[in-house]
Design a protein around this ligand. Structure first.
Ligand code: G16
Length: 543
């Protein structure tokens, strides 16, 4: 086996976004692209000689080839020990768990999350730190800096490693340990939740459907819901992972998981339904006739987490990303908990979790998790819901309505304008930025603009500052509009507009969300000039 040093030149645009580097698959497959980025990660974290790393991905197209390249590069760069999910597969939360459990030096996760997979779709790669979470901004900045000066990478000339058999092997002095991707994570779940209570729930005829969307969670869901909790065969839908996610878009929301939403809205609705995404970190929650928004789900989980064994002593605190609705803030206020507002991106929760300041956190983008790992964990959220339902013994709809009645209701929607020209996006944001000082105290749609600013996050643990994290306006009467650009898209710019109305009116449990938010949507268009600047008169997606 020959170790080679290959000359290369920097490749433009290898800047990690909200969660690692995501690009079209063909870009990742182009000459030196993957190799350059992997070497930049290795260099950016101070070299990998003698280190132990975790490696796995969501199984999308090119996962298998990329893993082999990374293994050969890891061996050539002196990695001592690689822990790899069998077949090169690991869900993102399972990878985080392995990084933590094995006290490693971090891991490489191959995924473009909820983006479609295939040669004409998307691929991604990110580095997670030894604490288990996505690399924070100072680390990703160093990795990016490395991509701009890289002149060579190291790789071994070797045959493919067999990833199908559990156990250890050697690659030029590097120990490769193939582990069951499901087992350790599923065992962890048993320590957190009341599996007996959930088993009794299923034994009593409670019906549940989980849509794995042909993505990574199928085997995890079969093991936990069916094998360990006794849910009947047929509970897991689309449970066989495929490299192109069955040709679908593995994003658990009412648009891309429409068949499941149609099921809960129809006559054969199960008591509870849920879905997860490409790499298993997102979740969608549904009850009979009801879609629970991620922001409401976060609030309800925070209010009821004490019903699960792991959280029985209460929560240290909670956190949400800035654009996420403030529903969880109401729970925090009622329970006397600290509540943190972070920028979009799971990496920003890491310090708060490590410091023990929060136990549960979540985002409007369908991510929720706790301090059990350092990633969002779709199946964890679904299990906590099941635990709560098993104890409360009430339908999902009743639980949600009771929650709104107790804490107040936050109406919430996100409008996405996809693939807009970068220049239009820049014009729109610079216009908004310029307008901010003049908006405060003025009137907009008959309401007073109470605040208008661009969000900067001051990390209370390490003192770092992350600026330009979204423009936000708050309006009298509980309204809020947030504008930001997505950091996960691979083509053009995606404008996200987040609309929120908050009310304490008990009658609001019966109000229609679309009607409540319509005036705010018109205001958002007006104040930012969305139609005027981008030519778009309607969003591509309402989430
Ligand atoms: C990623 C990040 C999340 C973020 C989401 C949306 O999720 O991990 O923290 O909320 O993207 O980000 P953006 O609005 O910038 O597109 P995932 O599930 O794609 O890893």
């Amino acid at each position: 086996m020959e170790q080679m040093t290959i000359k290369t030149t920097p490749i433009e645009g290898q800047k990690p976004g909200t969660s690692g580097l995501r690009k079209p698959t063909r870009t990742f497959m182009s000459a030196h692209y993957l190799e350059n980025y992997v070497q930049a990660i290795f260099n950016g974290i101070g070299g990998v000689a003698g280190k132990t790393l975790v490696l796995g991905g969501d199984g999308r197209f090119f996962n298998d080839r990329a893993i082999q390249v990374i293994l050969r590069m890891a061996a050539a760069n002196g990695v001592a020990h690689m822990i790899v999910g069998q077949g090169g597969i690991l869900s993102t939360p399972a990878a985080s768990n392995l990084i933590i459990q094995h006290k490693t030096d971090g891991g490489l996760i191959l995924s473009a999350s909820h983006n479609p997979g295939g040669i004409d779709a998307d691929f991604g790669l990110k580095y997670n730190v030894p604490a288990g979470g996505p690399a924070p901004e100072d680390v990703t900045a160093e990795i990016f800096a490395q991509t701009t000066t890289l002149s060579e990478y190291k790789i071994l000339e070797a045959q493919d490693v067999d990833l199908s058999t559990l156990g250890s092997s050697d690659l030029a002095g590097m120990r490769i340990e193939i582990v069951d991707p499901v087992h350790d994570w599923a065992d962890l779940m048993e320590t957190l939740f009341d599996f007996d209570a959930i088993r009794a729930l299923f034994a009593g005829g409670f019906t549940f459907r989980f849509d794995a969307m042909h993505a990574v969670t199928g085997p995890y869901a079969e093991d936990v819901f069916v094998n360990r909790l006794g849910a009947p065969q047929g509970t897991v839908l689309n449970g066989t992972p495929s490299p192109d996610f069955g040709g679908g878009h593995p994003d658990p929301n009412p648009i891309w998981a429409k068949p499941l939403v149609d099921l809960v809205m129809g006559p054969d609705a199960p008591d509870f339904a849920a879905a997860s995404d490409g790499d298993g970190d997102r979740n969608m929650i549904l009850g009979k006739g009801l879609y629970v928004t991620p922001s409401d789900s976060l609030a309800l989980l925070a209010a009821n987490a004490h019903l699960a064994p792991a959280y029985k002593d209460g929560l240290a605190g909670v956190a949400r990303s800035m654009p996420t609705s403030r529903a969880v803030d109401r729970v925090a206020t009622a329970k006397g908990l600290d509540c943190y507002e972070t920028p979009t991106g799971w990496k920003f929760f890491g310090n708060l979790l490590d410091a023990g300041r929060i136990t549960i956190c979540g985002e409007e983008s369908a991510g929720t998790s706790s301090d059990h790992v350092r990633e969002k964990d779709g199946l964890w959220a679904i299990l906590l819901w099941l635990n709560i339902l098993a104890v409360r013994k009430k339908p999902v709809l009743d639980l949600v309505r009771a929650h709104w009645a107790e804490f107040g209701r936050n109406f919430y929607a996100r409008y996405d304008y996809e693939g807009i020209e970068a220049e239009s996006a820049n014009t729109l944001f610079s216009g908004l930025r310029d307008a901010l000082p003049g908006l405060v105290g003025g009137e907009l749609g008959g309401r007073i603009v109470e605040t208008a600013d661009e969000f900067s996050y001051h990390d209370p643990v390490d003192g770092s500052v992350s600026s330009a994290q979204g423009i936000r306006l708050t309006l009298s009467g509980g309204g809020r509009i947030v504008f930001r650009l997505s950091g996960t898209g691979t083509v053009g710019a995606t404008l996200r507009v987040y609309l929120e109305e908050a009310t304490d009116d008990p009658a609001a449990v019966d109000w229609d969300q679309t009607e409540v938010l319509a005036p705010l949507a018109a205001l958002a268009d007006d104040v930012a000039g969305i139609a005027r600047i981008t030519g778009r008169t309607a969003p591509d997606v309402i989430a």
